[in-house]
Design a protein around this ligand. Structure first.
Ligand code: NAD
Length: 496
């Protein structure tokens, strides 16, 4: 795998089927987090760029909407093949700009492709329902119609996958779609849009706008944008939800997380260690479903602590494009600083640093933002570190007397993205599934990421809205229901 950076370029937007120079006055460097090299320069879009994209998307909508669903999914079949063919190139861009390992980047793209596959079922999934003779001679039917222009704003941690929770469903249901990727990782979607260009989609059906807050505000405020999807941190999710509601828009906003796993003493400890280790330290802890706090019960306090500390200390940290590297850097120097300072806060508030990843030095990569796996033991159940999303490779260990106490601890969390349990007891598992206060539940699973045909759920401050991304929720989100009640005179039908 080549680890040379691509030549630096000034990124453009994709509007009306063409790559267009941005009119932005402000630009920002896209930086490789493993090396500190500048990869490209990204515009922080001007409102005029957003306006051009929305107008092109609005102009493309009437014809796209009239295109039969069976024809609308043909470009998605092509896209699936192109993504498969180019998965290595895409994964390389993901690793270059995000830092995760090449293997993690490829795994991310598998989940993206899965969403394209599911959206190819739209001719079935988009169907409504009907009933004859709701009154004598009167029939009633419900049909689904696309909304118009839909937009999605996505975060840095999955540069390839998260856009696919939205794009395939939005266009297959007949909407036109605008994506605003994270300004920290815009290269992956640029490459994917180059593939989208080859699928035969009519111009204006998909657009790409690079930018930051100003671009997001312009999208929300534009009267021709009907629906907003967002994934990112909780404060921004809350802001976008409120602003979209004020403008009368349909909106779904996924926010931050603080995910818990409960380890019972009857768990298969080697399996639990491997899976929880992958969850806590995979993608350098920058997954929205990463386990952040492990609550151990009884004897698991000692057995799990010893085994996870041993496994985490052996993880090979480095440039994700190098063979054998198991964990990459965090996204920015500011992020590294914040994570290290939160470890310090944990220590001050009574936690014992069992494994200390601060001040990591990786040979050849002195300018990289590396934090090695860190484990904080005996973390007080109420402390800043148990409430704050760290978004780095830090696992806190909290101990509880029994499952009641552990569940009460989860209940107090402000977030509800994911909760997991490791056990061999069916009744404990059932109780957990029933009571755990989170939208994505794992039983002996560390990253309970729903497959594309299930909604990517999330509760409390991890989600604002009601319809989630993926699966049937996506069809509901991207369509309006229309109910038709019909009566035809008997005399008229007799003529035929
Ligand atoms: P972020 O909130 O900083 O940015 C997300 C997007 O919002 C980016 O496109 C960014 O340009 C835009 N943005 C940033 N500030 C804005 C503002 N003030 N107004 C309008 N738009 C703004 O998030 P991030 O750092 O890119 O991603 C990490 C966060 O995303 C973590 O909190 C993580 O838990 C969360 N996340 C959640 C899920 C989920 O499914 N719940 C999935 C992935 C990531």
């Amino acid at each position: 795998m080549s680890i040379a950076a691509p030549p630096i370029s000034r990124l453009t937007n994709y509007i009306n089927g063409q790559w267009a120079e941005s009119g932005a006055s402000e630009w920002r460097d896209v930086v490789n987090p493993a090396t500190g090299e500048v990869l490209a320069s990204v515009p922080l879009a001007a409102a005029a760029d957003v306006n051009a994209a929305v107008e092109a998307a609005a102009a493309a909508f009437p014809e796209w909407r009239r295109t039969p669903p069976e024809d609308r999914i043909q470009p998605l079949f092509k896209l699936k093949m192109l993504l498969e063919e180019h998965i290595d190139e895409i994964a390389r861009f993901i690793t270059l700009e995000n830092g995760k390992t090449f293997g993690e980047a490829k795994a991310e793209m598998r989940r993206a492709i899965e969403n394209v596959e599911v959206a190819c079922g739209i001719p079935m999934m988009m169907q409504g329902y009907n009933l004859e003779d709701v009154a004598r001679g009167i029939d009633e039917l419900m049909i689904r119609q696309p909304l118009g222009v839909a937009a999605a704003i996505v975060p840095f941690n999955f540069p390839g996958m998260i856009a696919f929770w939205y794009l395939p469903y939005a266009i297959a249901t007949g909407n036109t779609f605008i994506l605003k990727p994270s300004e920290r990782v815009p290269l992956t979607m640029r490459y994917i849009y180059q593939l989208l260009e080859k699928t035969g989609l009519p111009k204006g059906v998909v657009s790409l706008i690079n930018g930051g807050k100003a671009a997001v505000d312009a999208l929300i405020d534009h009267p021709k944008v009907r629906a907003i999807s967002f994934v990112g941190s909780t404060p921004v999710a809350r802001y976008i939800y409120a602003r979209s509601a004020e403008k009368g828009k349909r909106c779904q906003c996924q926010g931050g997380a603080k995910n818990h796993v409960i380890v019972l003493p009857d768990a298969d400890m080697p399996m639990a260690t491997q899976i929880i280790g992958d969850s806590a330290f995979g993608c350098a802890g920058q997954r929205c479903l990463a386990v952040s706090v492990a609550v151990t019960i009884g004897e698991a306090q000692r057995t799990f602590r010893d085994s996870i500390a041993d496994a985490a200390s052996k993880l090979r940290v480095g440039n994700g494009l190098e063979e054998g590297v198991q964990m990459g850097p965090v996204i920015t120097p500011q992020s590294k600083e914040r994570i290290e300072s939160l470890i310090g806060v944990g220590e001050k508030q009574g936690a014992r640093v069992l494994l200390d990843g601060r001040g990591a030095k990786i040979p050849k990569y002195e300018s990289g933002n590396f934090v090695k796996p860190t484990i904080l033991d005996d973390v007080p159940a109420t402390s800043e570190i148990t409430d704050t999303e760290i978004f780095g490779p830090v696992l806190s260990l909290v101990h509880a007397g029994d499952l009641d106490e552990a569940l009460a601890f989860l209940e107090r969390s402000a977030y509800g993205n994911q909760a997991s349990l490791f056990t061999s007891s069916g009744s404990a598992a059932r109780r957990f599934r029933y009571e755990a206060p989170a939208g994505n539940i794992g039983i002996n699973i560390g990253v309970a990421a729903p497959m594309a045909y299930f909604p990517f759920s999330g509760w409390k401050n991890s989600f604002f809205g009601d319809l989630h991304g993926q699966g049937r929720d996506a069809i509901e989100f991207y369509t309006d229901k229309k109910v038709v009640v019909e009566r035809w005179a008997k005399e008229h039908s007799r003529k035929f």
